[in-house]
Design a protein around this ligand. Structure first.
Ligand SMILES: NC(=O)c1ccc[n+]([C@@H]2O[C@H](COP(=O)([O-])OP(=O)(O)OC[C@H]3O[C@@H](n4cnc5c(N)ncnc54)[C@H](O)[C@@H]3O)[C@@H](O)[C@H]2O)c1
Ligand SMILES: [Zn+2]
Length: 312
C-alpha cells in the first residue's frame, strides 16, 4: 500500500503492540530520528543491521533475533534499502514463528521493487537469496521524499528496475518525476505480486532482462558488475531478441559491455532458475506493455545476444 508520508504507518488502524525499529547505520543517521519520533510511545527498541549485503547473513539475523524483545503482538519496522528490508523481513518471518512487519523502503530499488511482494531473504556462500520466506509486510510505506538523500550511484540501480517496469507496462515511466514514477512502478509490481503471491506464474514477467543480468553478475563473481548495470544490459538483450527499439534503454541507462568471461556467463545463463529440461526460457516482449514468459529461442540466438553484452 502506498501512503503519502511515512508517519501514516505508525498510526495505522490495525491494533499493534510494541514496535522495534530496524535500519542500517547510515539510514539510522539520516532518517532514524524522524522514524523514532513518528513511532512515539510504541517504540521499545532500535536495532542496526550492517550496511549492504552484510545484513543478509545468518550472523546479522541471529544478532537481531537475540536483541528483539517483542511479543507476538509486536511489529518490526524495517527502514532502509532492499538489504535491510530483505534481512529484517526474514527476521520478522521467523522470530516467534512470525511477527508482523512494516517495510519503509528508502532506496529507489526498495520503493519500486525490493520492499514489494513479500519476498524476504538472506544469502548463502553458494548464492544470493537462497534462504528466505514469503512473509508479506502488513504495510509498505513508500515516501519518495526519502530518496532526496540517496547517492546518484544508488539511484541508477533503481532506475534500471524502473525502465524494466516501464517496458512491462508500456509506459515511459523513466520520464516522470520521482513521486509519479515511484507511484506507478510500485503499483504495477504490487498488482502483479498480489495475483501471484507465492511466485508460481504471473510474477515471472518481473524477471524481464534478469536471465542475462544474473548470468553477467555470476560471471563477474558478484563483484565488478552491479545488479543495476547488469539489468540495463539484460534489458538491451531482451529488446534485441524481441525485435524492439532499444533507444529508451540506451538513452536512459547507457549500458556499457562488461569485462567477464564468456564461457562462465554462458554456463551461468544455462543454469538460470527458469530453464526447464536444459532449455533456457526467457521473458520477452511482443510489444512494450505485452510481456510473454516461458519463451524458448534457439541456443545460438541466446548465446549471441549474451555475447553482445560482453566487452571484447
Ligand atoms: N525482496 C525482493 O523482492 C527484492 C527485490 C529486489 C532486490 N532485492 C534485494 O535488495 C538488495 C539491494 O537493495 P538496495 O539496492 O536498496 O541496497 P541497500 O539496501 O544496500 O542500500 C544501498 C545503500 O544506500 C544507502 N541508503 C539507503 N537509503 C538511503 C537514503 N535514503 N539516503 C542515503 N543513503 C541511503 C544504504 O545505507 C546502503 O549503503 C539486494 O540484496 C537484493 O537482493 C530484493
Ligand atoms: Zn532486479
Amino acid at each position: 500500500m502506498v501512503a503519502d508520508r511515512p508517519e501514516s504507518v505508525y498510526h495505522c488502524e490495525q491494533p499493534v503492540g510494541d514496535a522495534a525499529l530496524v535500519s542500517d547505520a547510515r539510514i539510522a543517521g539520516i532518517h532514524g530520528a524522524d522514524a523514532q519520533v513518528a513511532l512515539g510511545g510504541r517504540l521499545v527498541s532500535v536495532h542496526e543491521l550492517p550496511e549492504g549485503e552484510a545484513a543478509k547473513t545468518v550472523d546479522a539475523v541471529t544478532a537481531l533475533w537475540d536483541a528483539l524483545r517483542l511479543d507476538r503482538a509486536g511489529v518490526l519496522v524495517a527502514l532502509g534499502g532492499g538489504c535491510t528490508t530483505d534481512a529484517a523481513g526474514f527476521a520478522a518471518a521467523t522470530y516467534l514463528r512470525g511477527i508482523r512487519w512494516v517495510a519503509v523502503p528508502t532506496t529507489l530499488v526498495g520503493q519500486v521493487d525490493a520492499a514489494i511482494g513479500g519476498k524476504t531473504a538472506i544469502d548463502l556462500a553458494e548464492g544470493k537469496n537462497l534462504v528466505g520466506s514469503f512473509h508479506w509486510p502488513v504495510r509498505t510505506v513508500i515516501d519518495p521524499v526519502l530518496l532526496a538523500t540517496l547517492p546518484e550511484r544508488e539511484r541508477r540501480e533503481g532506475l534500471a528496475e524502473v525502465v524494466k517496469t516501464g517496458l512491462l507496462m508500456g509506459e515511459s515511466l523513466w520520464e516522470l518525476p520521482d513521486s509519479q514514477l515511484v507511484r506507478r512502478a510500485s503499483a504495477y509490481k504490487s498488482g502483479v505480486c498480489l495475483q501471484d503471491p507465492n511466485d508460481h506464474g504471473a510474477r515471472h514477467v518481473l524477471n524481464l532482462g534478469h536471465t542475462f543480468a544474473h548470468a553477467l553478475e555470476a560471471a563477474a563473481g558478484y563483484e565488478s558488475v552491479t545488479h543495476g548495470s547488469a539489468v540495463a544490459l539484460g534489458l538491451l538483450a531482451t529488446l534485441r531478441l524481441s525485435g524492439l527499439d532499444t533507444s529508451a534503454v540506451e538513452e536512459t541507462l547507457r549500458p556499457e559491455p562488461v569485462h567477464v568471461d564468456r564461457e562462465r556467463a554462458w554456463t551461468a545463463l544455462q543454469r538460470d532458475k527458469k530453464s526447464q529440461n536444459g532449455r533456457v526460457r526467457l521473458v520477452l516482449l511482443d510489444a512494450p506493455g505485452k510481456p510473454v514468459h516461458g519463451v524458448e529461442r534457439p541456443e545460438t540466438e541466446v548465446r549471441a545476444a549474451l555475447d553482445e553484452l560482453i566487452a571484447h
